[in-house]
Design a protein. Structure first.
Length: 171
C-alpha cells in the first residue's frame, strides 16, 4: 500500500510567500551592489524583505522546533526589534534637528530679504547622532558651503530669489 503525504496548504503558501520575499531581498541587494553608490538607508527595504521571509518561515516551522530553538529565535527577534526601535527613534531625532534648523534658516533668509539684504550668510546645518542611526535626511547629501559659487548655494539663492547665499560654520 502506498501512503500519500499531504502537505497542508497553509504550509505551502507560507513557504512560497517566504521565497517570494527572499527573492525580493536578493534582487534588491543585487541592485544596491550594482549601483555606483547608494546611501546606507537604501538597504532598509532589503532588510525588510529578508526579515519578512525569515518571519514567514519561522511561523511555518515553529511547531516543528525544539523548545531551545524556539527560545533562541524569540530572543533574537526581541533583540532585533529593540535595535530597530532604537534606530528609528535616533533617526527621527536627527531628522527633527535638521527640520528645525532648516525652518529657522528659511525664516532668517525671508527676514533678511524683507530688510533688503540680497547677499545672505546662513549657518550650515549641523546635527549629531545621539546613538547609532547615521541615516537621517542629510546622509549622503551636501549643504550650503562658504563658496557662493557652489551649485547648492546657487540653487538655494535662486530658490529664495536673492543674489547669494553663503554658509558659515555655527561654531
Amino acid at each position: 500500500m502506498i501512503m500519500k503525504t499531504v502537505i497542508p496548504y497553509d504550509y505551502i503558501k507560507a513557504v512560497c510567500e517566504s521565497l517570494i520575499y527572499m527573492c525580493g531581498a536578493v534582487s534588491s541587494a543585487y541592485c544596491m551592489l550594482a549601483a555606483p553608490s547608494s546611501p546606507e538607508r537604501t538597504w532598509y527595504i532589503v532588510c525588510v524583505y529578508a526579515l519578512t521571509a525569515a518571519g514567514l518561515l519561522y511561523s511555518v516551522l515553529l511547531p516543528h522546533q525544539t523548545a531551545l530553538v524556539g527560545r533562541l529565535a524569540d530572543a533574537a527577534s526581541a533583540g532585533a526589534m529593540v535595535l530597530l526601535l532604537i534606530s528609528m527613534a535616533d533617526t527621527m531625532y536627527a531628522s527633527y534637528e535638521i527640520s528645525v534648523q532648516t525652518k529657522e534658516r528659511e525664516s532668517y533668509i525671508m527676514e533678511q530679504k524683507a530688510l533688503g539684504n540680497m547677499d545672505i550668510e546662513v549657518p550650515v546645518i549641523t546635527h549629531k547622532y545621539s546613538l547609532r542611526a547615521h541615516h537621517d535626511a542629510l546622509t549622503g547629501l551636501s549643504d550650503v558651503t562658504g563658496d557662493a559659487g557652489f551649485w547648492i548655494n546657487e540653487a538655494v539663492a535662486d530658490y529664495f530669489a536673492v543674489n547669494s547665499i553663503v554658509g558659515v560654520s555655527g561654531d
